[in-house]
Design a protein. Structure first.
Length: 218
C-alpha cells in the first residue's frame, strides 16, 4: 500500500465518521462542527485525486463562509434540538434505505460516466491546460443540462427551506398587505363636530376691609 492509498483510506474513514456524527449528534453546534470536519476531509480526498480547484472551493465557500454563517445562526437562535429529534430512531431504517438507494444511483451514474481509457489523455490535458479550465469546459459543454437541472433543484430546495422555517407565531403581530391596500379614509378617520365648551372662571376672593387689615398689623 502506498502513502497516497493510506491517506485516502484515512481521510475517507474520518469523512464517514464525521458524516454519521452530523445526523446523530445531540447538539446542533456539535453537528455543525462535525460537518466542517467532513468538508475538510472531503477537500483532502479531492487533493489526493488532483482536483485542487474543487478542494479549494470547498474550503473557501463551504467551510469559510457557509458553515461560519450556520454556526452564528445556530448559536444566536439557541434552538431546542430535543423537539427535532423526536422519532429519529423510529425513522432511521427508512432513512438508511433511502440513503443506500441514493448512493447506489450516484455510483451507477458515476461509473457509467467514467471512462478508464480516456484517463491518461485527460491527465496529460490537465497538466497542460489545468484542472480549472478543463472543469469549466466540461461543465458548460458536456454537462450543461445536468447543471441547469441541479440549479433548479437547488432553487426548489431554497424555497422549500424558507417555507418550512417561515412559521407564523401566535405572539407576533401580522399585517396583511392586501388589507392595507384596501384601507379607506372613512375606515380610519371619522370627523366628529362638537360644540365648544367654555369653562367659567373661578370667582376672585373679596377684598378684606381696611380696618381689619390695620388691626392685624398692629
Amino acid at each position: 500500500m502506498t502513502t497516497t492509498s493510506a491517506l485516502f483510506y484515512l481521510f475517507s474513514a474520518v469523512l464517514l465518521f464525521a458524516g454519521a456524527r452530523v445526523i446523530t449528534a445531540r447538539s446542533t453546534v456539535h453537528a455543525a462542527l462535525y460537518l466542517v470536519l467532513a468538508f475538510g476531509n472531503a477537500a483532502c480526498v479531492w487533493l489526493l485525486l488532483r482536483a485542487e480547484f474543487l478542494a479549494i472551493a470547498l474550503v473557501l465557500v463551504y467551510v469559510g463562509a457557509v458553515m461560519v454563517l450556520f454556526l452564528f445562526v445556530v448559536m444566536m437562535l439557541d434552538l431546542n434540538s430535543d423537539s427535532f429529534r423526536e422519532g429519529f430512531w423510529k425513522h432511521m431504517p427508512l432513512a438508511g434505505l433511502v440513503g443506500a438507494v441514493i448512493a447506489l444511483e450516484m455510483a451507477f451514474v458515476l461509473i457509467r460516466g467514467f471512462d478508464v481509457r480516456s484517463a491518461p489523455a485527460m491527465a496529460d490535458a490537465a497538466s497542460v491546460a489545468g484542472n480549472t479550465k478543463l472543469l469549466g469546459v466540461a461543465i458548460y459543454t458536456r454537462y450543461l443540462y445536468p447543471l441547469q437541472v441541479a440549479a433548479v433543484l437547488l432553487l426548489v430546495a431554497i424555497i422549500a427551506a424558507i417555507s418550512l422555517t417561515l412559521r407564523r407565531r401566535k405572539d407576533s403581530r401580522y399585517i396583511d398587505p392586501t388589507e392595507q391596500m384596501k384601507a379607506r379614509k372613512a375606515d380610519r378617520l371619522r370627523i366628529v363636530q362638537m360644540k365648544p365648551v367654555v369653562e367659567p372662571r373661578p370667582a376672585s376672593p373679596p377684598d378684606a376691609p381696611a380696618g381689619g387689615a390695620a388691626g392685624a398689623k398692629t
